[in-house]
Design a protein around this ligand. Sequence first.
Ligand code: DX5
Ligand code: ZN
Length: 217
Amino acid sequence: MSIVAPSILSADFGNLERELHTLRESGADYVHFDVMDGLFVPNISFGLPVLERVRQLTDLVLDVHLMIDRPLRYVERFCKAGADIVTVHVEADTPENVRAALEAVRNCGKVPAVCLKPATEAAAALPYLDLCGLVLVMTVEPGFGGQSFMADMMPKVTQLRRAITERKPGCRLEVDGGVNLETAPVCTAAGADVLVAGSAYFHAADRAAFVSSLHAL
Ligand code: DX5
Ligand code: ZN
């Protein structure tokens, strides 16, 4: 059974409490929370004060995807604000600092995770696998919701699934970007077990049916 993580980047921010309530009622597992700083990606979303409020409004797993430059500066604060999983991009700092960020997340008792942009090879995640509870493969260029799924990322997902099976069983493998009813089965067939869906989830006529379809994969 796949884990379903709606990205609240596509939620109605004027009704966030209601959206989070619906999210739980529809059977979703994680709340995917996209943080963008306008530097690492060409967009700005939301950050710590919003996460603190979301933490008060839901008991679902908070899956925080940091699309920010030099995340080491902020990971502890995201943990304290209520994140359960904190994902940093391998491209966002030096290898030493990426590792230090993951260690800081682990020292807070939270789940560390690394993310790869489309141009980054699977091998870039391997030095961190020992520390990670989740690896995230971007299936669009990070920065915006509503983009088209990049099917050519599937070999990377399969490579990482193999590495995880060999070296870190239990580590989750997440995909993010353009995931919908048509592309989700492609992702799970390649080896993904956590599916982020932003626009497809929030625009679904029946959100519970959408989640059930993905759970069934
Ligand atoms: C993109 C974000 C995604 C985004 C996915 O940079 O990381 O989480 O919200 O949105 P959809 O599912 O619409 O591609
Ligand atoms: Zn994301």
